[in-house]
Design a protein around this ligand. Structure first.
Ligand SMILES: [Zn+2]
Length: 78
């Protein structure tokens, strides 16, 4: 059996209900202005095992401010 690399972002987390680490499933919980709040659910019993915030493609906010274009000094050539 070949190993499959799916779209798993988190592999396993300890589930207090199952009393063992379980594979988790990620679910979109909230969309925030700063990003998306995802929740990790136990695939077996559905207990929320954790959350994480995914900062979206807010490149404009993350990018450093644009440097002001330096105006070349005009040289008076005579
Ligand atoms: Zn569980």
């Amino acid at each position: 059996m070949a190993q499959q690399f799916g779209q798993f972002t988190a592999s396993e987390l300890y589930c207090p209900k199952c009393k063992q680490s379980q594979p988790v499933r990620e679910r979109l919980l909230l969309v925030l202005p700063t990003g998306e709040l995802h929740e990790f659910l136990c695939t077996r019993c559905g207990t929320s095992l954790g959350k994480r915030t995914v900062t979206g493609p807010a490149v404009a906010a993350a990018a450093p401010p644009r440097p002001a274009p330096a105006l070349p000094r005009r040289k008076l050539l005579r």
